[in-house]
Design a protein around this ligand. Structure first.
Ligand SMILES: NC(=O)c1ccc[n+]([C@@H]2O[C@H](COP(=O)([O-])OP(=O)(O)OC[C@H]3O[C@@H](n4cnc5c(N)ncnc54)[C@H](OP(=O)(O)O)[C@@H]3O)[C@@H](O)[C@H]2O)c1
Length: 289
């Protein structure tokens, strides 16, 4: 087995490569600069070296995607299209990552794999179209949808961003009417390894559901317990209408993980957040993480 991880400089890509290496699984990663997944020639050259490919590459900026439509389409639709086609030709097994943002958040219960997708914004539209291109181009592939990833490497990890804000702002406002399930990148990497030889659609996230306000409050609680230097005195819950955003966001998108729980246990997001804090060094001064 030799695993190729695309988007290897991203939050999930870096953690996955680390987890594969720790398990002694032969693997290599390519960053965006090394391989654009929409470039068929570059993909074909690397695919020859791999028995498996995990596509963590994507354009994930939800608001900027509304104006950067072609960039999002290239990464989230053309890239998966090429990966599906080339992996089908070479016989490499493809594991692709998608998102809870393919749903509109109106179902009123956690979304199962077979629930109807109906994205509300361009990021979600392109991710859904990417899923369809994968399913059509390589029906043996595996697609795993995940929500609110935290605790990975890179700039997209919003846990340190919240921590930084707690260390620099007296009062913070977080949206309390958008709820989903946080996913610890380390746990997710473990799940991706379990899914390496699987087919079809899976949902993965840590157990439980929370708003951004609830998640920020949980981070504040743990930061105080860990005696971080916190200047924030109050976190205020606000409705999403309090902030302007270019993209419309779904309000309730926890994922039903019953199917994948037959393969591996899943801990709660609170336990995962405890683990994240357990491994965080206490900063020597505010803002240093
Ligand atoms: N983060 C979340 O909360 C979240 C939630 C739900 C689902 N997901 C899904 O999880 C997966 C991993 O997300 P992540 O958090 O690791 O995102 P990330 O940190 O933004 O990483 C994505 C990586 O893909 C690269 N990339 C972008 N376009 C590319 C292209 N055309 N070819 C090759 N590489 C390209 C990016 O490089 P550049 O930055 O250099 O362009 C970046 O390094 C994605 O499929 C995402 O949709 C994430």
């Amino acid at each position: 087995m030799r695993v190729w991880v695309t988007g290897s400089r991203g939050q999930v890509g870096q953690v996955l490569l680390h987890a594969l290496r720790r398990k002694g699984i032969d693997c290599f990663g390519t960053s965006h600069a090394e391989v654009d997944i929409a470039d068929e020639g570059a993909v074909r050259a690397r695919m020859q070296e791999a028995t498996h490919v995990v596509n963590t590459a994507a354009y994930c900026e939800v608001d900027p995607a509304e104006s950067q439509r072609e960039k999002a389409f290239r990464a989230n639709v053309l890239g998966p299209d090429v990966l599906a086609k080339v992996s089908k030709e070479t016989g490499s097994h493809l594991l692709h990552i998608s998102t809870d943002y393919v749903f509109d958040g109106t179902l009123g219960r956690p979304y199962a794999e077979e629930d109807e997708a109906h994205p509300l914004n361009w990021y979600g539209e392109t991710k859904r179209e990417g899923e369809l291109r994968i399913a059509e181009g390589n029906p043996d592939a595996c697609i795993v949808r995940v929500s609110w990833v935290f605790g990975g490497a890179g700039e997209r990890n919003y846990a340190p961003r919240i921590l930084h804000a707690l260390q620099t702002e007296k009062e913070l406002r977080f949206v309390d009417d958008q709820k989903s399930s946080p996913t610890y990148a380390i746990d997710f990497a473990g799940a991706l390894i379990v899914l390496l030889d699987r087919h079809g659609m899976y949902h993965y996230c840590n157990e439980g559901c929370v708003s951004k306000y609830g998640f920020a409050s949980a981070i504040l609680e743990r930061a105080r317990q860990k005696q971080f230097l916190v200047v924030c005195e109050r976190i205020v819950p606000v409705s999403s209408s309090a902030f302007y955003s270019a993209a419309k966001r779904p309000l309730f998108t926890p994922l039903n993980t019953q199917k994948i729980q037959a393969l591996l246990p899943i801990r709660t997001w609170q336990e995962a957040l405890d683990d994240y804090f357990f491994h965080l060094p206490v900063p020597s001064r505010p803002g240093v993480l």
